[in-house]
Design a protein around this ligand. Structure first.
Ligand code: ASP
Length: 343
C-alpha cells in the first residue's frame, strides 16, 4: 500500500450516474467509462483513487441479495489494497444495501461509505459532487494509522449515518436520509466533525464475508380494517419462514381473537414474527398496552428500535446462515452490528 490514502469507488448505478433518455424523458442508468475523469476535482485530493463499475449499472429498485453479495466480493477482493471504499448507489434502496452489507462484512475494519444523489452528476445543481467528494474524504480519514469510521455508513447531504440505522424519508429533498434512532456519526461543515463515541471501534480481526441470504420472509404492514383473509394468506405463503409485523405505535396490533390466533398458528409452525413499529422513531415495547400483551405471550419477538430495512436484511442473513429457528430467535434479540438498541 502506498503512503497516500487509497480509495476504491464502486459504482453500482443510481441517479448520481443517470442521464435523461431522449425519447422517454425518464432518468436511466448510464455506464461511466472512467468515473474519475467525470469528476476532475477528485484529483485534487492527494489520494490514490481507483474505480470499479458494475455493468450494467442499475436503478437501485432492481437491487437484490445477489448484487449485495457481488458488492461484498469486490470489497473482499480489494480489501488489503485500499484504505476505504465508497459505494455509489441509488438512494431508493440504499438503506437496504447498507444494512445488508453491515451483516455480510463481518469484522469490517475499514470504511465502506454508500452515497448517491437526488440529481445526476451531469446536472448543474447536482448534489452528487459534494456527496461523492466528502464520502471519499471520510473513507480516507485515519487517526494513528487507524480508520476513523471502520463501518458501513450512508453519507448524504452533510450527514454520515450508520448504514443499518438509516431510512430514506424524502423523495425530493437533497436531505433524503435520516437515522431516527441513532445519532449521526459525523457532520460535514467547514470541518468534518466526527461523533467518535457513536462510531464502532475496530476489532482488528480478519474480514469474513458471509454471503448467504434467505429471502423467504415478508413484511406485513397493519392497517385498521385488515381482513382475516389477507393475514391468513400472507402467513401461509409457500416457504415463508419469517414475517416482519409492522405494528402501530410502540408495537400494538388488533387484539381480535382471529388475529392473535393466526399469528399463534404461524409461530407454532416455527415461523418467526418480528414486531417492528410503523413509526419513524421510537421503539417497540410489548406489554405496555393491552393491544400488545398477547403478542408477547404468544412469542412475537420485539424488534425494539430496528428499522424495517435492517429487520429485512437481518432476517435474511440469520435465516440464510442458521438452521435452528431457536438460534434465529435468539440472535434477533441481540444487536449484531449496532442495528438495534439493546439496553
Ligand atoms: N431511482 C433511483 C435509484 O434508487 C433514485 C436515486 O438514485 O436516488 O436508483
Amino acid at each position: 500500500m502506498s503512503s497516500k490514502p487509497s480509495i476504491l469507488i464502486i459504482y453500482t448505478g443510481g441517479t448520481i450516474g443517470m442521464i435523461i433518455d431522449q425519447q422517454s424523458g425518464a432518468l436511466k442508468p448510464y455506464n461511466f467509462d472512467n468515473l474519475i475523469d467525470y469528476i476532475p476535482t477528485l484529483k485534487l485530493y492527494n489520494y490514490e483513487i481507483d474505480s470499479y463499475s458494475f455493468e450494467p449499472s442499475m436503478d437501485s429498485s432492481n437491487m437484490n441479495p445477489e448484487m449485495w453479495s457481488k458488492i461484498a466480493d469486490v470489497i473482499e477482493t480489494n480489501y488489503e489494497k485500499y484504505d476505504g471504499f465508497v459505494v455509489l448507489h441509488g438512494s431508493d434502496t440504499m438503506a437496504f444495501t447498507a444494512s445488508a452489507l453491515s451483516f455480510m462484512l463481518q469484522n469490517l475494519n475499514k470504511p465502506v461509505i454508500l452515497t448517491g444523489s437526488q440529481l445526476p452528476l451531469g446536472m448543474v445543481r447536482t448534489d452528487g459532487r459534494e456527496n461523492l467528494l466528502t464520502s471519499v474524504e471520510i473513507a480516507a480519514a485515519k487517526e494513528d494509522e487507524t480508520p476513523v469510521v471502520p463501518e458501513v455508513c450512508v453519507y448524504f447531504e452533510s450527514e454520515l449515518f450508520r448504514g443499518n440505522r438509516t431510512h430514506k424519508f424524502n423523495a425530493q429533498n437533497f436531505q433524503a436520509f435520516g437515522s431516527p434512532n441513532y445519532p449521526a456519526l459525523a457532520h460535514a461543515g467547514v470541518y468534518i466533525d466526527y461523533n467518535r463515541n457513536a462510531i464502532h471501534k475496530p476489532n482488528f480481526k480478519k474480514l469474513k464475508v458471509i454471503r448467504n441470504m434467505n429471502c423467504n420472509i415478508t413484511v406485513l404492514k397493519l392497517f385498521p380494517g385488515i381482513t382475516e383473509n389477507t393475514v391468513q394468506s400472507i402467513l401461509n405463503a409457500d416457504g415463508l419462514k419469517a414475517v416482519i409485523l409492522e405494528t402501530f405505535g410502540s408495537g400494538n396490533a388488533p387484539n381480535y381473537p382471529w388475529f392473535i390466533d393466526q399469528l399463534k398458528k404461524a409461530i407454532d409452525k416455527n415461523k418467526i414474527i418480528l414486531n417492528v413499529t410503523q413509526c419513524q422513531s421510537g421503539m417497540v415495547e410489548m406489554g405496555k398496552y393491552e393491544t400488545s400483551v398477547q403478542l408477547k405471550n404468544i412469542g412475537v419477538i420485539s424488534g425494539r428500535d430496528i428499522t424495517s430495512e435492517a429487520a429485512v436484511t437481518k432476517l435474511m442473513h440469520l435465516l440464510g446462515n442458521l438452521e435452528d429457528p431457536e438460534e434465529v430467535r435468539k440472535q434477533l434479540q441481540n444487536s449484531i452490528v449496532g442495528e438495534m438498541t439493546v439496553n
